[in-house]
Design a protein around this ligand. Structure first.
Ligand code: ATP
Length: 358
């Protein structure tokens, strides 16, 4: 087997701390299972603006297209200076590679401040349509201001986009507890959410083994707090998914505990934590690396399954077990999750645990 080629894009702020941590852990786990990985650093973000004159230098998309997958650290585009070359790369990446499904798991671990100790759900967020004006159209923006008193934000829902994300969620549900919940608001968005729900049910006809139910988004937001254990796999439109995945993270210790993998129908996937670049804690060595490490494990799992390399799937499972070990001890977890370790200390503990849990 030729080595997997994985791009490493640090991103901004805490990205420079948590992405190297994730690579270190994945490297160690892959080595223990004999999986070869060719890591390819790719400049992106503020540091690329300084070194290459653009936050996404020319040729980035071509470079990434030749890889099996990539890890994208958080992007702090709000702080980019205004001017040419300072663009937000992640909507471009999601759109260019048609990474229409953002798979975001939420699970409880003991002792870290989870509101319940038995949450295990995954929200699949549609990634390229909905209300996100920076990616829901092919040219221009999905938001415009005809005059100073009026702004119009367009929400895009397509049959094809809805069907594709539904199918990704159904595949996932099939590999889990075979239960899918559609989250929408078709009581108000009769056409948009109506179409989304219709296409989800059409896709579900090919998955008779998966039970499908639906919950209106506001009720879901409440039930996510009251009884998150009743959900397994959830699929929803872009903006609802954006908000609900942060809410879900809040149940299990906060944004540092919120990983994600962006996938499409193609062979390439992007590991990307749910959280932002956290400029308030950047450079202090305190960022929680869990989300980035778990996202990278999801990428190894994806590569293992899509390329039929069971050792890569095994490396992903090993990382999950090592994360449990580090999270179990306050001395080896970060302070946002009731610990005392820094990013480095937690990463060291995860790497140590890899060797002990094979
Ligand atoms: P974005 O809109 O880009 O997703 P955001 O506005 O949600 O970003 P974040 O950068 O995610 O903001 O940070 C929100 C809060 O969560 C901050 O107080 C930050 O310190 C904290 N936070 C985010 N990620 C982590 C992490 N990995 N470890 C510890 N704290 C984090």
């Amino acid at each position: 087997m030729s080595p997997f080629k994985i791009g490493v894009l640090n991103g901004d702020d805490i990205g420079h701390e948590i992405v190297p941590a994730a690579v270190r852990v994945a490297q160690a786990a892959a080595a223990l299972h004999g999986v070869e990985i060719d890591w390819r650093p790719v400049p992106i973000g503020r540091s690329a603006l300084d070194s290459h004159g653009s936050t996404m230098p020319e040729g980035t998309l071509e470079t990434l297209a030749a890889l099996d997958g990539f890890i994208l650290g958080p992007i702090g585009h709000q702080a980019y200076p205004k001017g040419p070359g300072a663009i937000n790369p992640h909507p471009i990446l999601r759109k260019h590679f048609d990474l229409f499904a953002n798979v975001r798991p939420t699970r409880s671990y003991p002792g870290i401040g989870c509101i319940y100790d038995d949450i295990d759900l995954v929200i699949v967020r549609e990634n390229n349509e909905g209300f996100q004006p920076d990616r829901n159209v092919v040219a221009g923006s999905g938001e415009f201001r005809p005059n100073d008193d009026l702004t119009i934000s367009v929400r895009v829902i397509s049959r094809k986009g809805s069907r594709k994300v539904a199918k990704a969620a159904l595949d996932l549900a099939r590999s889990r507890r075979k239960k899918l919940t559609l989250v929408h608001k078709n009581t108000v968005f009769k056409l948009g959410c109506g179409m989304f729900v219709e296409e989800c049910y059409k896709a579900a006809a090919d998955y008779p083994d998966v039970t499908v139910d639906e919950v209106i988004v506001d009720t879901f937001a409440m039930r996510l707090v009251r009884d998150p254990q009743t959900f397994d796999t959830v699929v929803t439109t872009n903006m609802f998914g954006d908000i609900l995945t942060d809410e879900a993270a809040g149940l299990v210790g906060g944004l540092g505990m919120a990983p994600g993998l962006c996938i499409g129908e193609g062979n390439i996937a992007m590991a990307q934590a749910t959280h932002g670049s956290a400029p308030d804690i950047a450079g202090k060595g305190v960022a929680n690396p869990y989300a980035m490490i778990y996202s990278t494990a999801m990428l190894l799992d994806f590569l293992g399954r899509s390329r039929d390399v069971p050792a890569s799937v095994a490396a992903a499972r090993l990382i999950e077990r090592a994360l449990c070990v580090a999270l179990a001890d306050p001395a080896t977890r970060t302070r946002d999750i009731r610990g005392t370790a820094g990013t480095q200390g937690m990463t060291d503990a995860i790497v140590r645990a890899l060797g002990q849990t094979t």
